[in-house]
Write a protein that binds this ligand. Structure first.
Ligand SMILES: Nc1ncnc2c1ncn2[C@@H]1O[C@H](COP(=O)(O)OP(=O)(O)O)[C@@H](O)[C@H]1O
Ligand SMILES: [Mg+2]
Length: 246
């Protein structure tokens, strides 16, 4: 279980201090598929980075399974079972896709067949990619899918995906939905946190959290929140409406 207590994240800009996350408290229970949504710039990616340990909160506490991880770095959190797929994945020069999957799985003897299975799950023709270098020659969408495959290979307790749909074509998107549906059905002593604007992904959720302007606007079971989001022309419009009223 992950608990965020009164988390704030401030940055310095020309006008002085600017609050990106504002006194946000949130509990994510185990065995849940949680989707965070909300308008662009609302603080979703920042929140994911704070949970993964890529950024440190200005104030507040983060607990994972009762342990205070506020000061733990990315590696320590990864060892505790938190894994994170970035909205903009990182490229690694000189590292092949197979190496990356083996590193993620923590098994340098991960078989090529198993590695290929993860790539196939994210809609990549495995044999074309397994020995490719993770460099600038990969498109954004390919890189994104490779990154999602590494999170699958890791199979950790809390898997965080930041806008997995970004840069992915419609055909692969169908595959991806199936990947997430499978993950949802296989949840056992683990949870999945996805940041997404896609109705198909929101529809898989057990719980939906709407974030705007660094704060939680709504949180509840999908059955309650999704109809609200779909009540007007699009989820994004509803989220915009949340922006104004603090
Ligand atoms: N390190 C930073 N320095 C300055 N501004 C930042 C920083 N990190 C995030 N922001 C700003 O915080 C806001 C929220 O960003 P982000 O978390 O990426 O939103 P979302 O993922 O919901 O679109 C944006 O306006 C972004 O420009
Ligand atoms: Mg984002």
């Amino acid at each position: 279980m992950l608990t965020l207590e009164h988390i704030s994240f401030d940055v310095q800009d020309e006008g002085g201090e600017k609050g990106i996350i504002k006194d946000l408290s949130l509990t994510l229970e185990d065995n849940k598929f949680i989707v965070i949504t909300g308008p662009n710039g609302g603080g979703k990616s920042t929140l994911a980075r704070l949970i993964a340990g890529v950024a440190k909160p200005t104030s507040g506490k983060i607990y994972f399974d009762g342990k205070d991880i506020t000061d733990a770095g990315i590696t320590e959190r990864a060892n505790l079972g938190i894994s994170f797929a970035f909205q903009q994945p990182v490229r690694f020069k000189g590292v092949q896709v197979l190496d990356l999957l083996r590193l993620a799985a923590g098994k340098m003897n991960l078989s090529v067949a198993d590695a290929c299975r993860y790539l196939s799950e994210v809609g990549l023709c495995a044999k074309d990619y397994i020995n490719r270098e993770v460099n600038a020659s990969l498109s954004g969408g390919e890189l994104k899918r490779i990154e999602i495959a590494t999170v699958l290979a890791r199979g950790t307790k809390l898997s965080i995906f930041d806008e997995p749909e970004a840069g992915i074509d419609l055909w692969s998107f169908q595959n991806l939905i199936q990947v997430f549906e499978k993950m949802r059905n296989a949840i056992h002593d683990s949870s999945i946190l996805i940041i997404s604007h896609q109705e198909r992904i929101l529809d898989i959720a057990d719980e939906i959290v709407v974030i705007a302007d660094g704060k939680i606007r709504r949180q509840g079971p999908k059955e309650e929140i999704l109809p609200e989001l779909l009540g007007t022309s699009s989820a994004v419009d509803v989220c915009r409406n949340y922006e104004g009223g603090n």
